[in-house]
Design a binder for this molecule. Structure first.
Ligand SMILES: NC(=O)c1ccc[n+]([C@@H]2O[C@H](COP(=O)([O-])OP(=O)(O)OC[C@H]3O[C@@H](n4cnc5c(N)ncnc54)[C@H](OP(=O)(O)O)[C@@H]3O)[C@@H](O)[C@H]2O)c1
Length: 301
């Protein structure tokens, strides 16, 4: 198939180009920085220079290339989660406005299938794991609520059309090369520097996903019916379990513990919520429909 991939040079875009290429697809990868275009070419795709925020650019590109499939993996996130609050407005703008241009261009030029990156980590699973019907945590504090509202808009956008097959992939927290959670990533660095503490009971449940497994799911999504799929691993785990195991895996000291009151005073409401209220997600639908089979978390091996 002829696939137009936006966000082609990102942490997920790179393994996705490799997998699409290996599966025999013709990939056109969008990026805007010159060094990113070189990466895309080296991975075996056609590089496409363009700014997703420029509507004219995007419509011209889709009209010229005429892909059968558009995959939106656009993000504008910082290299460290510490800078998230500062960068989130730009990220939301890119995904809502830039992704919106892509979506409208795909509709206008009869693209058959549209695949959208979504979130599987800000879902509300109640007392259990979140499934595909679970809502996003749109009333959560700070950047969690801001992000959840953005993902809810993206979910609404892809479920609003009948003329394309629309697939939403709700990814867990990424790990793997180029991500915050890889040993050379920012989360690992902050933990080594003693900047991350376990707050309260650490009862949030986290679902992670390796970027290459996320890429495998996106390739499988080229042939499945419209809908939302949770793309998360098989090991949803409490913050209080995974954080010490992760620290050991990267060779850092175990994180210090703060009670909730101290956590609230030192780190704020959002951090307490982040560590104690999140739900993991369930991948049964993706296993059944996408043949999805994620690897085990390296810090629990
Ligand atoms: N589910 C998750 O946990 C999740 C999801 C997404 C990201 N993250 C984290 O966020 C960090 C960065 O993620 P990433 O690697 O995806 O980000 P990235 O390297 O910034 O990649 C974003 C992609 O979007 C493209 N892009 C950005 N602005 C654009 C624009 N205006 N027009 C066209 N293309 C544009 C970039 O192209 P250029 O290279 O040309 O800028 C790049 O291909 C990583 O640590 C990752 O783990 C986590």
């Amino acid at each position: 198939m002829k696939v137009f991939l936006a966000g082609a040079s990102g942490a997920l875009g790179c393994p996705l180009i490799r997998r699409l290429h290996d599966a025999g697809h013709e990939v056109w990868g969008l990026a805007h920085r010159p060094e990113s275009l070189e990466i895309i070419e080296r991975l075996g795709a056609h590089s496409v220079k363009g700014d997703a925020l420029n509507q004219v650019d995007i419509f011209e590109l889709i009209e010229r290339i005429r892909p059968e499939v558009v995959i939106d993996q656009l993000t504008s996130l910082p290299t460290s989660p510490v800078d998230l609050a500062q960068r989130l407005p730009a990220d939301c703008r890119l995904r809502l406005e830039g992704g919106g241009h892509l979506f409208e261009a795909a509709r206008m030029f009869q693209v058959r299938r549209y695949i959208q990156q979504l979130s599987g980590f800000y879902l509300d699973g109640g007392t259990g794991l979140a499934n595909e019907a679970s809502p996003l945590r749109i009333n959560a504090p700070g950047t969690i609520g801001d992000s959840a509202r953005m993902y809810a808009s993206l979910e609404k956008r892809i479920s609003s059309v009948q003329s394309m097959v629309c697939i939403g992939l709700r990814y867990g927290f990424f790990y793997g090369p180029g991500t915050w959670y890889w040993p050379d990533g920012a989360f690992s660095r902050h933990l080594h520097q003693g900047e991350i503490a376990l707050i309260g009971k650490g009862s949030s449940s986290f679902s992670f996903i390796h970027v290459d497994d996320a890429a495998q799911a996106a390739v499988a999504a080229l042939t499945v019916p419209s809908g939302i799929y949770n793309i998360v691993d098989d090991q949803p785990s409490k913050m209080s379990d995974w954080l010490p195991a992760y620290a050991k895996w990267i060779g850092a000291d175990a994180p210090p513990c703060l009670d909730e009151r101290e956590g609230l005073r030192l780190s704020g409401e959002e951090s307490v919520y982040y560590q104690n209220s999140l739900s993991g997600a369930c991948n049964h639908k993706a296993r059944a429909m996408l043949g999805f089979s994620p690897r085990r978390l390296p810090w629990f091996n």
